[in-house]
Write a protein that binds this ligand. Structure first.
Ligand code: EPZ
Length: 419
């Protein structure tokens, strides 16, 4: 078990290259189950979540090869059962349901368990599969889906907290091999959904409207192999922009899609930071302590929930009072108590964090609880006086490729130690 140690108050400067997107790579790797042919996926980040997905594909019968960011998968034959031992490690495993249903007309996958960021049911995924004619049975901790035939249908994926990203991916992956036309209404518009649809279309699928709330899928008989490069990780990019804001002289990101980050760069602009770029780069220029801000998380293109914790770390030393309202996962505030251990003045009021800006944070031993909360603690450690020790950094390795090395490359006094 590693921990990360940060000696705060060392300015960051320089250039950092953004990795491929975790939340795009995971469903795209699952989609390779839809064909017997080999698929080659480039720019796959080296993360433990990706490792779990490759374990699941191997368990389902696929041949998997991996070499420095390129993954080749060939699922000539597949079995359709994904067991608890593997699925429990990663919720996103649920996105093998759609490809298995599409290809094998059946799937049995362990139901994902609890999650520290809040309640995460899959009822909308199941609603989509039932609309395509599948029978769904939940028993013994497993969800079993069976569909002698799959027929195109119109289905809305609107839920209590809006739409669902992996639900849209899953229904899309089941519908590409269904008979007839499927229309997904209230679909998620995230760039990762578009990236998956682009990959599926390269495999021979007929998908239109990805990136809009209405996706039309004309079913085809079969799909073939394809090559695809995963989009840059907009959440990793957003995290480095906040690092540049919180502790930077000037930080430049390369291999980034600025158009995927508008809500984040707008928020940083409102805090007084200048963010500029294009053609695969983005640079943030420091401007002292941030101005306060009122922020609400929303489905894309709104402000991403996966950047909420990082913004709390930034606003902890803002001038005045800020509010951060979490509209997607209302309980997603595990980072707050740890930031308060570092001297932040934050009150939780239901799904809103009220942040009273303080002059300084101070280094402390803190505990990571989930992926984005851990990133927030790293960011706070960069500007805190003294030393911050972050425990349970395996959470960080789930979604950030070489975070500590990349920050060290920008001048941070950061090290990873084994305990
Ligand atoms: C994806 O999770 C991301 N994960 C999450 O990123 C991200 O936070 C989330 O989308 C929202 O942007 C991956 O892409 C692997 P949802 P997903 O289904 O698809 C409710 C990270 O840090 N809901 O869009 O599982 C749900 O409870 C991770 O990288 C239902 O009610 O999220 C939530 O309140 C964390 N019923 C809301 O919808 C359902 O069937 C949005 O969840 C499905 C979801």
């Amino acid at each position: 078990m590693d921990k990360i140690i940060i000696h705060g108050r060392h300015a960051l400067a320089g250039t950092v290259k953004i990795s491929g997107s975790k939340n795009s790579a995971l469903p795209i790797l699952a989609a390779t189950l839809l064909t017997e042919d080999p698929c080659v996926i480039q720019r796959v980040p080296d993360l433990s979540d990706v490792h779990y997905m490759l374990q699941i594909l191997t368990h389902l019968g696929a041949d998997v090869e991996r070499a420095s960011g390129i993954v080749t998968v060939q699922a000539e034959k597949v079995n359709s059962i994904a067991p608890y031992e593997i699925v429990r490690k990663m919720r996103a495993s649920v996105c093998v349901l759609g490809p298995l249903l599409g290809r094998e007309r059946e799937a049995t996958v362990s139901l994902p368990g609890g999650c520290v960021i809040g309640d995460r049911p899959i009822d909308l995924h199941l609603r989509g599969f039932e609309a395509l004619g599948a029978a769904v049975r939940v028993h013994g901790g497993n969800v079993k889906i069976l569909a002698p035939s799959l027929r195109g249908a119109t289905v809305s994926l609107k839920g209590k907290f809006g739409t669902t990203v992996l639900g849209t991916d899953n229904v899309m992956m089941a519908a590409v091999l269904a008979e007839g036309v499927t229309i997904i209404e209230d679909a998620a518009c995230e760039p990762e959904v578009v990236d998956l649809a682009n990959f599926l279309n390269k495999m021979g699928a007929k998908i239109q409207g990805a990136g809009t709330p209405r996706i039309v899928i004309e079913g085809v008989k079969e799909l073939h192999g394809a090559e695809h490069e995963v989009i840059p990780d907009r959440i990793e990019a957003g995290t480095f922009l906040v690092a540049g804001a919180i502790a930077g002289r000037q930080v430049t990101l390369t291999r980034v899609r600025a158009d995927h980050l508008t809500a984040v760069t707008d928020a940083l602009g409102s805090c007084g930071y200048q963010v500029a770029g294009g053609n695969g780069t983005l640079a943030i220029h420091p401007n002292g302590a941030p101005k306060s801000l009122d922020l609400k998380t929303q489905p894309y293109p709104g402000f991403p929930t996966d950047m909420q914790a990082q913004m709390c770390a930034l606003l902890a030393t803002a001038k005045g009072e800020s509010s951060v309202t979490e509209c997607i996962f209302p309980q997603r505030f595990m980072h707050v108590s740890e930031l308060k251990r570092m001297g932040a003045a934050i009150e939780l009021d239901g799904a809103t964090a009220r942040i009273h800006g303080v002059e300084n944070l101070s280094g402390a031993p803190v505990m990571a609880s989930d992926l984005r909360a851990s990133a927030a603690l790293v960011l706070a450690g960069l500007i805190a006086e003294g030393t911050t020790e972050i425990n349970r950094v395996y959470h960080i390795d789930r979604g950030y490729e070489m975070l500590d090395e990349k920050l060290a490359g920008l001048g941070a006094q950061i090290e990873r130690v084994k305990v």
